[in-house]
Design a protein around this ligand. Structure first.
Ligand code: 5HU
Length: 145
């Protein structure tokens, strides 16, 4: 299974430790195409230093998105890029799981929470200590359907 993980980069790297935990857990279920999102070496500047630039990042990520079987997005830290990826994933009729931590004190965008349709696009609230359980339940159901 190909998994596309979305997390904030230029939107702010405050949650990188959680992204790392999530990516490690996701690797039990398949290949995570966007492992770099969880790298503690990646700063708010993004990858443009190592790659040719933003166009290459965008085009590579859209290719990975179209190759992926499921998209998992940690949406607590707001990010334009993550919002864009989610919109493109919906247009591609991909399976999407968004996870959000209400303990952050933030209120998730209505354009994300309101997109939950109970099947292809899911939004789940979680506490950090529940992340393993939440992913296990989601992927168990995914392979059954
Ligand atoms: O350097 C990058 N590499 C990259 O893969 N992305 C993708 C993956 C992330 O899920 C998302 C983050 O968007 P943003 O940088 O707007 O927070 O965009 C985004 C950037 C920088 O915008």
């Amino acid at each position: 299974m190909h998994i596309y993980f979305c997390g904030s980069i230029r939107g702010g790297r405050q949650d990188v430790a959680i992204y790392q935990k999530i990516v490690k857990l996701l690797q039990k279920y398949g290949a995570v195409l966007t492992e770099h999102v969880s790298s503690s070496e990646l700063t708010e500047k993004g990858e443009d230093v190592v790659l040719k630039g933003d166009k290459d990042i965008h085009d590579r990520d859209m290719e990975w998105l179209s190759m992926s079987d499921v998209i998992v997005a940690e949406v607590t830290q707001p990010s334009l890029g993550v919002g864009y990826e989610l919109g493109r994933a919906v247009a591609m009729k991909k399976k999407v799981l968004c996870i959000f931590r209400p303990s952050s004190g933030r209120v998730l965008s209505a354009m994300i929470r309101g997109a939950d349709d109970g099947s292809l696009f899911r939004v789940l609230d979680y506490r950090e200590d529940e992340v393993e359980q939440i992913l296990e339940k989601y992927f168990d159901e995914l392979v059954k359907n």
